[in-house]
Design a protein. Structure first.
Lengths: 296, 256, 349
């Protein structure tokens, strides 16, 4: 019983990180139908920005450090969109996808060459004491940082939900997702909406990177692995859907934690991709995605 | 060997696009389907060619039931079509558009193609000759090396009809061939369709929005409105049918 | 979907005309140069001019041409966006490595030249068959999806293959496969690359190729012309996988040491960079892209290390930048979808 609850928290923590990344994939895809292959590397970059801030500005409290890292990563995300993607908006879709691949590899190599290829851990800034209540009542050993990571992530997702569903810019985002071509006619600044989407996606990914770096470790290549997992999660949930991205992330993390706990940690990537392929065969549009009708 | 359709029905999420459609198309018939925009005409074609699976109903090509088969199998059974919005292989040459259509009769396998056997060269020469002959029939031979997408509109329509015929169909479906054409091009198109009807042994079914085209070409038409056949018979009688006039006048633009 | 829509003013494809240079002549010329080159380097003649390093570069170029040209079949001619090519390369490399070390007697026990030929035919044939088989199975699953999902699912299979190899202890797992005999040299790679180009060209300029391109141009129209899309795509996928396997087999027996990580998504991306640099739907473009990219990378390595040795690694930043710049400025690559005359078909035969 106690180990099951512990595993549940492990899965929730991993799922929270996946969700923070998956949301960026899903939002960008929802709005401009682009698979942003560089998004996993934005997540990696966010982790390294967090590492930099933690080590250079040791005095900075976590509640300042996290938003600052998110802001800086958001700026990078917006800059990349501005420089590399915007002018390809009306080009062949695959050209943009390939450009995102290039941007991703560029970021990976940049970090590897400037910071180094080593695996690092972000110094813990959250309390790592066990949650006494959980230990006494459920016999589960869960540390405060794990709980806080889960809670802050959920809070960020709740804020995102409010932004998308309750604000003007969120309404504009949903309008663009619905019909990109009609929106400029209605006086909405398309460039602004897309930039905001990239900013939000990158900021969330940065939070994910910092959490991941605290809970596990970071290295320049983690964007590939984690990014892909998160992407799978987004696809499983139905890419373009916010609720789907979150649902898919927790689902994938659950499957992965079970695999590691009861089978073998070597199999977890294989099983994640196997799950993706299986799901795409059963639901080609994801759990929450909408099918499209063939037009002739 | 004609086309017989009984009780063809299809709905999309509660909206009935085609309901109880029947058709008896003889071996060398040329019939028309007319109706206002959104009446379900193209859906009928999509059902016949297997783009959509019908909810109900039977489609018989000669003795063979084709309803429910995949599109490519239906095409190989002998139903070819053109599209309302032209669907050529734009970057392929005019010649390759036709030669491609002969793929089912290529007469050589993958290995023979990979290693260029004698048989490959022989068959390929035959395909090329057949394609050129076919293009010449449609007056497109001097365009053979041009990219299909660079042809003028009227010639693209003609190439699309030629390509459909190159598959050697028993039934040809033409989806609004006169759409977007000027009066002179329409006149040429009417002649082309008459010529095809004369020269090729097949049945034709024509969707058209412009009544004069159908009146000139078809001896029998059906009028669709909201997925239902509201009238059928000789075109001259059908256009006097009050239901048809009402359906057409319901639109902003009355038929020309 | 992968090539640019032809602009309005696009020139009609040029009159092929009787080109005097034919494909077989180019092959003969290259082999006539390759044979003495290989022999001289092996014998250590003219070490100043014929540096083995140049031969090594040419070997790399040859293997990359096989990879890029076969991926072009999928991404250029068929118009799909497949992202798993390195996975099939891995299958070929490991199959060849296993055959070469476990199944075959050492080259010493066989007559000198003939023995190597037999070993190469068996190992490379095995590599191609295995990669094709796996490619066929994956294709069955993959081509139920299209577009974006196809890209994801092929990349997913790339990762599954690498992951599976990492979990196979008898091929060394994550540590890699060592001790593969060096059965390949530049000459063998040149023969294989020319064979690949010839076979791919023949297929592309046949009914099969026309069907593939028609699927790219308009899948619905192709289907309604009686093309079984899934079948046609699966053929292309299987063939491309077979040639990726061939390149992998050559690679394993040239490097003598392979690890699963060398076939991951970085490798696939490198193949993509060369492909898009050269241009889609053009075998000439594939050749040019590989040569230009490989030479550029080597040039950068030498230039940068002339300043400071540790700078050489910074060329890894240039490669993705090239990709981005191509996409931003010249999406058709160096050659667009034009073809060199000696690779064009003889029309009107």
């Amino acid at each position: 019983m106690d180990t099951i609850i512990q595993q549940l928290f492990n899965a929730a923590q991993l799922g929270a990180v996946y969700a923070l990344i998956a949301l960026g994939y899903s939002m960008v895809y929802g709005i401009i139908r682009l698979i942003n292959f560089a998004h996993g590397d934005i997540f990696m970059l966010g982790g390294f920005i967090g590492l930099l801030l933690t080590t250079r500005f040791g005095w900075m409290p976590f509640y300042l450090l996290l938003p600052l890292a998110m802001l800086l990563t958001a700026l990078v995300g917006v800059a990349i969109e501005r420089v590399a993607y915007r002018r390809l908006r009306n080009a062949q879709r695959m050209s943009v996808v390939i450009t995102t691949l290039g941007v991703g590899i560029f970021l990976e190599n940049l970090v590897r060459l400037t910071v180094g290829p080593e695996t690092r851990q972000i110094p813990a800034r959250l309390p790592s004491a066990p949650v006494v209540w959980l230990q006494q009542h459920l016999g589960a050993f869960v540390t405060w940082d794990k709980l806080l990571i889960i809670l802050i992530s959920l809070a960020l997702m709740a804020i995102l939900w409010l932004v998308v569903n309750r604000t003007l810019i969120g309404t504009a985002m949903r309008a663009v997702a619905d019909n990109k071509d009609a929106v400029p006619l209605m006086g909405v600044n398309l460039n602004l909406v897309i930039a905001v989407t990239f900013a939000i996606g990158s900021a969330l990914a940065a939070a994910g990177g910092i959490f991941y770096g605290q809970a596990y470790s970071i290295d320049p290549y983690m964007g590939i692995d984690l990014g892909w997992k998160a992407f799978i999660a987004a696809v499983i949930g139905g890419i373009g859907s916010i609720e789907g991205a979150v649902l898919g992330s927790f689902l994938l993390a659950g499957v992965e934690v079970i695999t590691v706990a009861y089978l073998s940690s070597n199999l977890k990537n294989g099983i994640a991709f196997g799950l993706l392929i299986l799901l795409l065969l059963v639901w080609p549009w994801g759990i929450m995605g909408k099918p499209t009708l063939k037009k002739v | 060997m004609g086309l017989r359709i009984t009780d063809l029905t299809k709905s999309f999420g509660g909206l009935t696009a085609v309901s109880g459609f029947n058709l008896e198309l003889g071996e060398r018939d040329l019939q028309g389907i007319i109706g206002p925009n959104g009446a379900g005409k193209t859906t009928v074609f999509n059902l016949i060619t297997g783009v959509y699976a019908p909810d109900r109903g039977q489609i018989q090509l000669g003795d063979q039931a084709v309803s429910g088969l995949p599109s490519d199998a239906i095409a190989r059974a002998g139903i070819a079509r053109t599209f309302q919005n032209i669907r050529l292989f734009a970057q392929m040459t005019v010649l390759d558009n036709i030669t491609m259509a002969l793929h089912a009769r290529a007469g050589y396998g993958l290995w023979e193609a990979a290693f260029r056997t004698q048989n490959f060269h022989r068959q390929e020469a035959r395909l090329l000759a057949e394609s050129r002959e076919h293009l010449a029939r449609f007056g497109l031979l001097d365009r053979q090396r041009e990219a299909a997408g660079s042809l003028p509109y009227g010639e693209q329509r003609r190439l699309e009809i030629a390509r459909a015929l190159a598959t050697g169909p028993k039934v040809l479906l033409l989806d609004e061939p006169a759409a977007g054409m000027n009066p002179r091009e329409v006149e040429e198109l009417i002649q082309l369709i008459q010529q095809v009807h004369r020269d090729f042994s097949l049945a034709m079914l024509l969707i058209e929005h412009q009544l004069p085209v159908v009146m000139e070409l078809c001896r029998e038409v059906q009028v669709l409105d909201f997925g239902q056949t509201i009238a059928s018979g000789a075109p001259q009688e059908v256009v006097r049918n009050p239901l048809v006039i009402e359906a057409y006048l319901g639109e902003e633009e009355a038929p020309a | 979907m992968s090539t640019q829509p032809q602009p309005e003013h696009a020139a009609p494809s040029p009159e092929p005309g009787p080109s005097r240079v034919r494909f077989w002549m180019v092959c003969a010329l290259i082999l006539a140069l390759a044979l003495p080159l290989q022999l001289s380097v092996d014998a250590g003649l003219f070490p100043d001019v014929l540096n083995p390093y140049y031969l090594h570069l040419l070997t790399i170029i040859g293997m990359n041409i096989i990879l890029v040209a076969s991926l072009n079949l999928l991404n250029g001619y068929l118009g799909e966006f497949a992202l798993g090519h390195a996975g099939f390369m891995a299958v070929g490399a490991y199959t060849a490595a296993l055959l070469a070390t476990k199944a075959l007697p050492s080259a010493a026990a066989l007559p000198p030249v003939l023995g190597t030929c037999v070993i190469l035919v068996v190992t490379l044939g095995g590599a191609m068959l295995m990669a094709a088989g796996i490619g066929y199975l994956i294709g069955l699953v993959t081509f139920k999806t299209v577009g974006d999902y196809l890209a994801i699912i092929t990349l997913g299979f790339n990762m599954i293959i690498v992951n599976a190899i990492q979990n196979l202890d008898f091929v060394g797992g994550p540590r890699g496969f060592t001790g593969i005999p060096k059965n390949t040299n530049f000459l063998a790679v040149a023969v294989c690359a020319l064979l690949t180009l010839g076979l791919l060209r023949n297929l592309i300029q046949s009914s099969f190729g026309r069907v593939w391109v028609s699927i790219r141009e308009n899948a619905i129209a192709a289907e309604l012309m009686g093309v079984s899309i899934a079948r046609a795509k699966n053929w292309a996928f299987t063939i491309a996988a077979a040639f990726a396997g061939l390149a992998g087999g050559l690679w394993a027996q040239n490097q003598q040491f392979i690890t699963p990580r060398s076939f991951d998504y970085i490798k696939t991306t490198e193949i993509l960079v060369m492909l898009y640099l050269g241009g889609m739907a053009s075998l000439s473009g594939s050749i040019l892209g590989v040569v230009a990219y490989t030479l550029l990378m080597e040039l950068l390595r030498n230039l940068l290390s002339a300043f400071a040795p540790q700078l050489a690694e910074w060329r890894m930043l240039i490669s993705p930048l090239i990709l981005i710049i191509i996409m931003l400025t010249r999406q058709t690559g160096l050659l667009g979808n034009r073809e060199w005359r000696w690779l064009r078909p003889r029309q009107g035969a």
